[in-house]
Design a protein around this ligand. Structure first.
Ligand code: TYD
Length: 192
């Protein structure tokens, strides 16, 4: 607990925190094109992940939006997501969702240990986050804005635009046993 607290102080010293749709938005204070040390923020989240995964206690409020570095020039825009730099974990897997039919939904599960970051690289969709006590809906529709979902938080995605592409950066390889797919079981697990 003490480590998480000191990490939180370190994070606040380096980053500006704002709130959008009730979610934490972490922005770099320094020049966005400089290589930046995001280590304190990574440690903050890793500290939470270790403690909260054991306690099944990560909350919706622990999930946050990250503004990714973007380089814009006359040739177009380029957005960067480096593991342990822009993204608060080491990226072990990438997958993407697309061609989601109108009215379709994805997700509908939580993970015991996995950290994920979602980005709407094209189009948009809603994400519902649920920690068993608080349920919150937000919309992702900007390729520069990433959503970090911690282990233990239930997520559902819906209201996809026709062209939506959701890129998912994950902290671990695919592991079926890491999933909680039944909402009632999820609630029991949360309270265990
Ligand atoms: P699923 O978890 O239902 O997708 P989502 O939660 O994003 O809507 O996954 C659909 C199928 O794909 C399921 O059979 C598991 C498989 N899958 C993999 O084999 N590897 C992966 O990395 C992922 C994410 C899914």
């Amino acid at each position: 607990m003490e480590r998480a607290r000191s990490n939180r102080r370190a994070c606040n010293a380096q980053t500006a925190i704002a709130w959008i749709d009730g979610l934490r938005l972490t922005m770099r204070k320094q020049n966005r094109l400089k290589p930046l040390n995001f280590r304190s923020n990574y440690e903050l989240v890793r500290g939470y992940g270790e403690e909260l995964a054991v306690a099944s206690a990560a909350t919706v409020d622990d999930c946050g939006l990250i503004t990714l570095r973007t380089v814009e020039d006359p040739r177009g825009s380029l957005t960067i997501a480096e593991g342990e730099q822009d993204i608060p974990f080491s990226i072990r897997r990438v997958y993407y969702l697309y061609d989601v039919p109108q009215g379709g939904a994805r997700g509908g599960h939580a993970h015991r240990n996995l950290h994920q970051v979602l980005v709407a690289v094209t189009g948009g969709f809603d994400v519902v986050l649920d920690d068993g006590a608080v349920r919150r809906r937000l919309r992702l529709q900007d390729p520069r804005t990433a959503l970090h979902i911690l282990p233990g938080v239930w997520r559902e995605m819906d209201r996809f635009t026709e062209n939506a592409v959701c890129v998912v950066l994950a902290s671990e390889l695919y592991e079926a046993s890491d999933y909680l797919r039944d909402y009632q079981e999820f609630l029991v697990w949360r309270r265990s």
